[in-house]
Design a protein around this ligand. Sequence first.
Ligand SMILES: Cc1cc2nc3c(=O)[nH]c(=O)nc-3n(C[C@H](O)[C@H](O)[C@H](O)COP(=O)(O)OP(=O)(O)OC[C@H]3O[C@@H](n4cnc5c(N)ncnc54)[C@H](O)[C@@H]3O)c2cc1C
Length: 352
Amino acid sequence: MSCCYLEPITVRTIAELMPAEYVIVGAGLAGILASRSLLRAGKKVVLLEASEQVGGRMATIRLQPPDGREIVWDMGAQFFTAREPRFERIVQDWLKEQLIVEWSRGFATADGSYYADGHPRYRGIPDMAALPKRLAQELDINLQEEVVSISPAVSGWQLTTKNGQIYFAEKVMLTLPVGQSIALLQAGSLALPPQVHKALAPISYEPCIALLLLLESFGHFPEPGGLWPVGEPIVWMADNYRKGVSPTPGAITIHAGPEFSAQHWRTADEDVAEMLAAAAAEWLRDEVELYQVHRWLHSKPVWIHPESYLALQEPAPMVFAGDAFAGPRVEGAALSGLAAADWLLEITPESS
Ligand SMILES: Cc1cc2nc3c(=O)[nH]c(=O)nc-3n(C[C@H](O)[C@H](O)[C@H](O)COP(=O)(O)OP(=O)(O)OC[C@H]3O[C@@H](n4cnc5c(N)ncnc54)[C@H](O)[C@@H]3O)c2cc1C
């Protein structure tokens, strides 16, 4: 008797048969604070994050070699400030909850002298990535879910991920780099209204190459462990031990400036490490035990949208948010996420 086999078919899972009311793309600080705000208002929110962890550019690397050491580097955002009253209130709460601590009120300058401008700089406890991680604890987050296209659906949006999952949402917030948000909509065959496209298209980001070094000893960093050099090729250096982040001494973060980063984007790690370590030699004066190079393609937006978010009502509610809207820093990301969540709540009737 002959047997016939069915050709295997590709089955794409529909992650939520019922549409979520809100889907937020990107679990950086903007997406996390927006989700918390909606959740507190009693809304159901699903957060989709491409990477394995939350926090986006508030990122920390931790190494635990077999010899028992723990080496920690903050490799993205190094600290944050609070300028606006709304964020200042949030920061005061985080201080009370011991999520953050004041690191300093200034840093060393190129000649090694301490320049204090009086503004508190905060860091997460124990490191920068810990803050978004703890804030995200209560949220419904799907990690490793990279959204690849967004298209209009019946009463809302359809989001498709690289894993083949499909999510439906009545309202969507996008907190990823703006060019990538536009690309997701183009992949879903949605032409943005010309005035929206015109407002979003100029937003671009500068690259940053981060070099993480482990010195054999303490290095020669001035207190409080952060240093503002004069400019290219290095715009920032930090000693994560003196900062209080790394239990092991000698864990140094170096951020190259945008010119160096663009010029050496494709240069081999080894050469990048050698050039930056040579430029920083005065502060290192020590053997390098190991190094790692990380490339941030979208480190900071260089053109900021004048409003804290940009919203679309048609074909369904969608809001663009993140640090390209309220300022190229942690505070801007936070305020943009919150303002975008406020807008979503305003357009949602109480009963829904
Ligand atoms: C090297 C460096 C140094 C910095 N230093 C400072 C500093 O000292 N002080 C300061 O205030 N700010 C600093 N910043 C800026 C600060 O980190 C950012 O402004 C802030 O963290 C941005 O938060 P966000 O939520 O807007 O975006 P992000 O943190 O970038 O979050 C966006 C998230 O979207 C996810 N994502 C992207 N594409 C997709 C997709 N297709 N599907 C699903 N998820 C996706 C990403 O993985 C990411 O988690 C620095 C940034 C860098 C890179």
